[in-house]
Ligand binder design. Structure first.
Ligand code: NDP
Length: 452
């Protein structure tokens, strides 16, 4: 058998690819990584990181308003988009550099360019051909573009992170994470924001009380929500920006249209046709529990497999892959109780089953729910409300789902996700002493069943 130059070639230097490369190298594997665009992938460059920075930026307008009844005078605060963009870009550049150093320090060979897979062991980057015992595809995903007339005028989240200026008005199409998060961002930064979603209530896969609370809070903050709404066409008009025609016949004018209707696996132009792979209808690469494709030496993980399009999932998959392939210990990825957050305002976060899923799976459940005005708003005057919810399997007392909308929901649910992994019961919550006064203590003081 021909000796290969590398033990592993990773295609794609995003969250999953970089982690797999580094971990595999730490186990002694000789590793190369190929990236055609930017180190850190979607999360670092056009996803989680810049999004969260924008979320922070957009929250100040509300904080300034809320400070007045605490005794602060409203100053002359003005928002400057280029300042935010510049500082965001330099932070991203710093992170790109950190990723580069992490790979270099781990002894991973970096190749810049588009990888072209020649066969199950050989990859071409530009004119150079490299060979490896194993190939890992971790190329992530890319935004879906809508298909209606005039859809060339929409931007996607990739573009939203590099807008030259902030428009006075914006229409967001979609009802998932990105649409809802950007509705909060644009609205908080002073853009007149409308969101158009095709169904009757957005955030379809989330718990009903998260969906309703997020809807109520976005409305209160001034986002115009259009449900059961589908765009038919867009026309560009000089002077008025765009005219958007809806299937209902309604027409509106706006200055920017952000489409956030999902992401699909990034599988183009890398020679996948040269491999014998099983793919789903949207191109996702099908893998087994060890991330192995139909080709024995080729693996795939993260968004390109289209299971959970979440950075921490790709990272954990990479840890399992490296340990199993090069670390001498077989590790299986557990997809149970994956916590997740929507960084809308206030944040929403969740772990475990929704009420609907719990009802379908368990016969006898109890719902504990609190909806309240948080302490900070007793003085601020804001009518923002938080929602916290526990779903319990009554016979076993096991917590099936934890859901929250409120400030720092992501931080709070992350802690509770550990308890969920351990199979926590409601009586453990009841026996836990709260930290007073906090929002999180509500989770350990819920005594009254709201419904079962
Ligand atoms: P999502 O899959 O979350 O949501 C897509 C939305 O677009 C849904 O509301 C869907 O409606 C709607 N939609 C789909 N197709 C069409 C269509 N043809 N016309 C109109 N509407 C349509 O995708 P996002 O783009 O928001 O985000 C992509 C992924 O990125 C997410 O799934 C998530 O995993 C990840 N992400 C995670 C974040 C986080 O962890 N905080 C933040 C941002 C993204 P319907 O519900 O009716 O199908």
């Amino acid at each position: 058998m021909k000796d290969h130059e590398y033990d592993l070639i990773v295609i794609g230097a995003g969250s999953g690819g970089v982690r797999a490369a580094r971990m595999s190298a730490s186990y002694g594997a000789k590793v190369a990584i190929v990236e055609k665009q930017y180190l850190g992938g979607t999360c670092v460059n056009v996803g989680c990181v810049p999004k969260k920075l924008f979320v922070y930026a957009s929250h100040f307008s509300e904080d300034f308003q809320n400070s007045v009844r605490f005794g602060w005078s409203e100053g002359n605060s003005e928002f400057d988009w280029p300042t935010l963009l510049r500082n965001k870009n330099s932070e991203i550049a710093r992170l790109n550099d950190i990723y580069k150093k992490l790979l270099d320090n781990a002894g991973v060979d970096r190749f810049e360019g588009t990888a072209e897979i020649i066969d199950a062991h050989n990859v071409k980057v530009g004119r150079k051909e490299i060979s490896s015992q194993k190939i890992l595809i971790a190329t992530g995903g890319q935004p879906v573009r809508p298909k209606f007339r005039g859809s060339e005028h929409v931007i996607t989240s990739d573009d939203a992170f590099y807008l030259e200026s902030l428009p006075p008005r914006c229409l967001i199409i979609g009802g998932g994470y990105i649409a809802v998060e950007f509705a909060g961002i644009f609205n908080g930064l002073g853009v007149q924001t409308k969101l158009s979603y095709r169904g009757d209530l957005f955030l379809r896969d989330f718990d009903i009380d998260i969906r309703n609370t997020v809807k109520d809070e976005l409305l209160k903050k001034g986002v115009d929500l259009k449900f059961e709404s589908e765009v038919e066409s867009i026309q560009k008009y000089p002077g008025v920006g765009f005219k958007v025609k809806f299937v209902s016949g309604e027409v509106l004018e706006t200055d920017l249209i952000l489409s956030a209707i999902g992401r699909v696996p990034a599988v183009g132009d890398m020679g996948l046709q040269n491999l014998d792979l099983v793919r789903t209808s949207n191109g996702a690469i099908v893998v087994d529990e060890h991330f192995r494709t139909k080709e024995k030496s080729v693996f795939a993980l993260g968004d390109v497999t289209d299971r959970y399009q979440l950075t921490p999932v790709a990272i954990e998959e990479a840890m399992c892959f490296s340990s199993t392939q090069f670390g001498g210990e077989t590790k299986l990825m557990s997809y149970d109780n994956i916590p997740t957050a929507i960084f809308c305002q206030p944040n929403a976060a969740t772990v475990g089953l929704t009420e609907e899923q719990a009802r379908a799976k368990y016969k006898d459940i109890e719902i504990y729910i609190e909806q309240f005005r948080p302490m900070r708003h007793t003085i601020s005057g804001s009518d923002e409300k938080y929602m916290m919810k526990l779903i319990v399997d009554r016979p076993s007392d096991k917590i099936l789902g934890v859901h929250m909308v409120g400030a720092d929901a992501g931080e709070i649910i992350q802690g509770l996700a550990v308890a969920m992994k351990m199979g926590v019961t409601k009586s453990v919550f009841d026996d836990t002493v709260g930290i007073h006064p906090t929002t999180a203590e509500e989770f350990v003081t819920m005594r009254n069943v709201a419904r079962n």
